[in-house]
Design a binder for this molecule. Structure first.
Ligand SMILES: Cc1ncc(COP(=O)(O)O)c(C=O)c1O
Length: 294
């Protein structure tokens, strides 16, 4: 099995997030933003990476984070500790309020404007048309990385769809199917129907903004559903056992929320249907290691 180490994209920004933020924060800088506003779960890797990238570029950050009881915020462990260290302003919201996240971030943006600042709002996971360019570019890297390993199926964790959208657009633009390179995502929350719709929408937004001619259809979106287990950010003992076993056999650290769950799903798929992936299997390690310390 071949692994792309996107967990090594820089310690504070590590994982797949910095690839999207490279594009999103360039736009924020172009617009003269003073504050970056984004949202996520309480241990959001994306929120932590955004707060650090903002600090590195001289901007402040406001993080709208989902938790069980906003009146009693969680202890500062893992990513929350880092959010706190880097001086991000955290706005805790309840699970029901998460449905209102777009409006709640707009409210924060208005507050920034009222105080004389200039906000730049990033959706959950940095997963929109612009952010997904980070993984179109990663696909271009993979075109070189994977030379000689084809046919190969490359598996990765999917949480908000931006990584998937970029990889799938890239696969079409760079002719991966003809080369025998396929991608398959393990969703760590929601289900296949949700992600086919979410990823299709991001790809369609990319097409309408830049007319790339990639012609992504639903048939291009391969989601390995059925491995969410107990739910987002909830681990079953066997998932934790997979994390331990990969660590012991290869010294490779996976996180419980994304990569560990996805890798566990990949092993289950391999056991159930070994022929599905062909001879060589790839895995993109998308980071998230601070989630281990929560
Ligand atoms: C470590 C890690 N891996 C994978 C993902 C999933 O990526 P995406 O949100 O682009 O689907 C995320 C974030 O959601 C993440 O933090």
């Amino acid at each position: 099995m071949w692994v792309k180490r996107d967990d090594q994209t820089g310690s504070e920004l590590m994982g797949n997030k910095v690839r999207k933020l490279e594009y999103l924060l360039a736009e924020a800088q172009d617009e003269g933003a003073t504050h970056v506003i984004t949202c996520g779960g309480e241990q959001s890797n994306h929120a932590r990476a955004t707060a650090f990238a903002a600090a590195q570029l001289g901007m402040k950050s406001v993080l709208v984070l989902r938790t069980d009881d906003p009146a009693t915020p969680p202890r500062p462990t893992g990513n929350i500790l880092l959010d706190d260290l880097v001086g991000a302003e955290i706005v805790w919201i309840s699970r029901p309020a998460w449905k209102e996240r777009t409006r709640l971030m707009a409210e924060q943006a208005q507050r920034v404007v009222a105080a004389g600042g200039r906000p730049y709002v990033i959706p959950e996971g940095g997963s929109n048309a612009l952010g997904s360019w980070g993984y179109v570019r990663a696909a271009r890297e993979l075109a070189e990385d994977l030379a000689g390993l084809e046919p190969i199926t490359v598996v990765y964790a999917c949480g908000s769809g931006g990584t998937a959208a970029g990889l799938i657009m890239g696969a079409k633009l760079f002719g991966f199917a003809e080369r025998g390179i396929r991608f398959a995502a393990v969703n760590v929350c929601d289900d296949q129907a949700y992600f086919v719709a979410a990823i299709s929408k991001i790809c369609a937004d990319m097409e309408s903004r830049w007319q790339l001619g990639a012609n992504v259809t639903e048939a291009d979106i391969d989601i390995l559903d059925g491995h969410v287990g107990l739910g987002y950010a909830k681990s079953r003992p066997e998932e934790l056992e997979t994390i331990r076993s990969v660590c012991r056999s290869d010294g490779l650290v996976l996180d419980p929320v994304y990569t560990g769950k996805a890798f566990h799903g990949l092993l289950a798929e391999l056991r159930a249907n070994p022929a599905r992936f062909g001879e060589t299997v790839g895995f993109i390690h998308t980071g998230g290691l601070f989630g281990l310390f929560a």
